[in-house]
Design a protein around this ligand. Sequence first.
Ligand SMILES: Cc1cc2nc3c(=O)[nH]c(=O)nc-3n(C[C@H](O)[C@H](O)[C@H](O)COP(=O)(O)OP(=O)(O)OC[C@H]3O[C@@H](n4cnc5c(N)ncnc54)[C@H](O)[C@@H]3O)c2cc1C
Length: 423
Amino acid sequence: MVTGSKKDLVIVGGGIIGLSTAYFALEKGWNVTVIDRITPDGDNCSHGNSGMIVPSHFVPLAAPGVMGQAIRWLKDPESPFSIRPSLSLNMLKWGLSFYLASTKAQVEQAAPLLRDLNLASRDLYIQWAEQGIESGLVKKGLLMLCNSHEMLEEEIALSQQSRDLGVPAQVLTASDIEALDPNVTLQVKGGVYYPKDCHLDPQLLNRSLQSEIEKRGGRFLWQTHVTGWETDSTRIRALATNHGPITADEFVVCGGVWSEELVRSLNIRLPLLAGKGYSLTVPTPIELPTVCSILCEAKVAVTPMGDKLRFGGTMTIGKPDHVIAPEKIRGIVKSVQSYMPRFKPQHFDGISPWVGLRPVTPDGLPYIGKPSNWKNLTVAAGHAMMGLSLGPITGKLTTQLVAGEATAIPGVADRLSPNRYAA
Ligand SMILES: Cc1cc2nc3c(=O)[nH]c(=O)nc-3n(C[C@H](O)[C@H](O)[C@H](O)COP(=O)(O)OP(=O)(O)OC[C@H]3O[C@@H](n4cnc5c(N)ncnc54)[C@H](O)[C@@H]3O)c2cc1C
């Protein structure tokens, strides 16, 4: 490891959170190494997601009604949200914390912070695009599409909250929607348009960020599996890996859903469960919308990516495995044609589903900060369904915390502290 006046920083995890952290750490002039057990084009949750940047998403996953809905959906194997119950103590504790966090007061407290984080991240994505980081960024907004009056009423109420928070939102009739995106035939009652939202191609973004990081002097250690830590009383000396120990001045854990097990031996409690989801990318779609959308009742995200069209959805909370549940894939395919009638199940024939594991915290907010028992460790993980959207701002905040600076967004060290579930 290089020594001298420059800080040596090692980042565990080369997903969007690790890559964004590496980018901003290089801006500080540090020696940066990103370690990941996968290959450069290997798979993680940052690879096949829906690519949406979402200032519209100011409500965290832990919100009133979510637990009840999940329990009701347990009876429907094709439902978009489910919890795979298990008797493990970790899961029970996580479930209790999720239940306790799902209050109106918590949502009201989290909403302005999520708004600020998403808007700041959106600005950073725009700056990255201007600097030549290729991601296929499209600034055309997001449509929340409803095919029932009940859901439309809910979305209209949410759009009022959005405007109250300063995030623009327009209620649209079915014909307004048709005029906004004439490329696609829709069967909907109406919807809400969030003009600040954007979309991009996550695979293109990851590749561009990797080469930008290398161009700026960062290095990657791929196929390197972190197996433990070498420590003094309050400092980490080195990471233990399958290729031997790696020393540094500062360590950042960006291990997605695996962050909990990564830091367990350091006596850090970081509750995380996997929120398994799938995406299906149609290479030559029968219709190609220009605006990304969410099919609200079905909770399916529809994202144009160049000539392709990606459908992403479902959230099964449980242990981190990549086993595909065919009934969930059927659920996505079936729901699409009820909003987009020109799409038939046969248009999905032969398409291999992609599986991703969202790192889900019990209160729906990420962990960004320094665990209290270690002086040179920082954690950035647990972004659930907003990791792509919050990537750049997380990278910026994380490097500010490592540097001991005030954060660009106030309240982060407190509200997103990784110590909030400490025993
Ligand atoms: C279907 C679906 C659609 C989604 N759509 C969106 C969206 O539209 N917008 C949005 O904002 N978010 C979306 N998300 C969520 C988003 O993809 C995640 O929040 C984000 O990718 C998490 O990034 P990460 O860097 O924390 O984790 P990951 O991308 O999982 O990266 C973690 C990395 O750590 C490495 N690692 C872990 N343990 C070790 C170890 N011991 N040694 C070495 N390496 C290790 C892993 O190999 C991995 O590469 C979606 C998710 C899914 C599943």
